[in-house]
Design a protein around this ligand. Sequence first.
Ligand code: DO4
Ligand code: MG
Length: 286
Amino acid sequence: MKLCRFKTKQDEVRIGIVAENDSAVLDLTPAGVSQLHPLLEDDNPVARLNRLAHEKLPRIALSEIRLCAPLERQEVWAAGVTYLRSKTARMEESDFSASAYDKVYAAERPELFFKSLAEKVAATGESVGIRRDAKWNVPEPELALVMNSKEKIVGYTIGNDMSSRDIEGENLLYLPQAKIYRHSCALGPWILVGATEATAREWKIKIEIHRNGKNVLAGEASVGQIKRRFDELAGYLFRSQVFPHGAVLLTGTGIVPPDTFTLQERDGIAIEISGIGSLRNRVELV
Ligand code: DO4
Ligand code: MG
């Protein structure tokens, strides 16, 4: 079951169930649902959504609405160096930080960092940013876990952890500047509710980057290559911490473009996760 936030032509934000092979949404407003939060906090969100889907609800074509980022007040966090490919790439990027990446990949405690406030997240169709003071900018296509306030993984969405690799490579302490800036995080297009970790681990993550009508980069990874279990990542995120509005956790990237590649203004980024859908953004200079 796919759950979305969308804006009507009158600019009203509503909650919907994505239906008919992703071509329409069922507007949950007449059923009294105006926020994601109560659905994500429900003891059995899948059963609740199945009941709602059987009610007589208005159906709106996807072409008639604008999808919003599928979150409300959740903090967005990210895990790093969860794929072998990410560890290798970061060790090559920086002599200075190489041993830190090597150690964190093997360590019991994962690397977790704050990524974004909910209101700063770009939705599908919106722009993602590359910093004007960076020379080497890349997308990081990642599976995102959607967790409620009780640490339960309720669903999944697609994330882009936009990063400036030259800033990150210069000094590990610059990580927040390499990772957290205007439009550095995109999430969407919606939340897939209820899949198990075993199912999610079968999914493929693909990225394509288009420039002036040409495909300039393509890459693929498998969710199954993530080294750590999802409940392990969630468990560390919630240690000595509370998330009253829930949290979204990006699970790390397994696709690293060649070192000669950097994003340019107006590039189109399409990230697809086989079980979820696709997240599409254009690049702007920020
Ligand atoms: O510490 C660097 C960031 C790692 C990261 O974002 C990733 O592996 O996806
Ligand atoms: Mg990342």
